[in-house]
Design a binder for this molecule. Structure first.
Ligand SMILES: [Mg+2]
Length: 271
């Protein structure tokens, strides 16, 4: 008998991705849920944002001295103050770039250069989706043993487009696009899966977003650093030797790391 698709986590106005019809249900597999971050964990992202920032600086640098440290940090300051209005993602970055450019040039920026900044936003939204080495195989291996979910911040439309272009829907049918990765968000997602926090493992590149809130709630985290990290994500209070935190350097290490954590969880549950 084929199990009916389980549509967990549906909320008004949010996209719900049911389990594929041939995917075992939560009860049929390990009850350790594995979450994956997307940007700079599954695919390259920060590279494109950094390239856009570099071009932004060269545009604004035609008007002012961009090497002045106060000036150089202005875009980040604008992005941070706008996070609560625009949220994360390339569209918010584009609006913040426009705002910062107008402020930094005291309104002298030309409409031609405003157009160049808008084009930067377009280019960032259309950047190619390059999966990191071994990601597809690692996610597929974990998904045969555990229920899995993608939990990512950012613009809904852009993230959905990247997930589609990455072609991962078959092995990652459950996707949560959230506005912030904080304890409240993780608690909500886990409640929707009816999985206790101590049976949750989150894999991601950001200690601030993928590890700190999960560890604070009693879950497990696997940190895989990316070559570059946005300044906002570099601030965190995670101890490198936290007992429920593991460090890996490539996706090929995910399955064995999750298996080891899963064994510890089961040991603890039966102790
Ligand atoms: Mg990330």
């Amino acid at each position: 008998m084929t199990a009916a698709p389980v549509c967990l986590g549906r909320r008004a106005g949010r996209r719900c991705y049911p389990w594929a019809m041939n995917t075992p249900t939560l009860q049929a597999r390990s009850s350790v849920l594995v979450g994956f971050d997307a940007d700079d964990t599954l695919w390259k992202s920060e590279d494109y944002y950094r390239a856009a920032e570099k071009t932004f600086q060269s545009i604004v640098g035609e008007y002012i001295d961009i090497t002045n440290p106060q000036t150089a940090g202005h875009l980040l300051a604008v992005e941070r103050r706008n996070l609560g209005i625009y949220g994360y993602g390339a569209k918010g970055m584009t609006l913040s770039m426009l705002e910062a450019a107008i402020e930094m040039t005291s309104g002298r920026i030309s409409t031609a250069d405003i157009s160049r900044i808008l084009q930067l936003g377009h280019d960032t939204l259309r950047h190619p989706v390059d999966l990191l080495d071994g990601v597809r195989e690692a996610v597929a291996a974990i998904a045969t043993e555990h229920p899995v979910v993608l939990i990512t911040k950012g613009d809904l439309f852009h993230q959905e487009s990247k997930i589609k272009r990455a072609g991962l829907q078959d092995i990652l049918p459950r996707i949560e696009i959230v506005s912030e990765k904080d304890p409240a968000t993780y608690a909500r997602v886990l409640a929707e899966f009816a999985v206790p926090m101590e049976r949750f493992v989150m894999i991601g590149n950001s200690l601030r977003s993928d590890a700190e809130p999960v560890l604070a709630l009693g879950g497990w985290a696997v940190h895989m650093p990316y070559a570059m990290t946005w300044a906002h994500e570099q601030e965190h209070g995670v101890a490198a030797d936290h007992p429920r935190l593991r460090h890996v350097s490539c996706a090929a290490q995910w399955p064995q790391t999750v298996a080891a954590i899963s064994a510890l969880i089961e040991e603890g549950a039966h102790a």
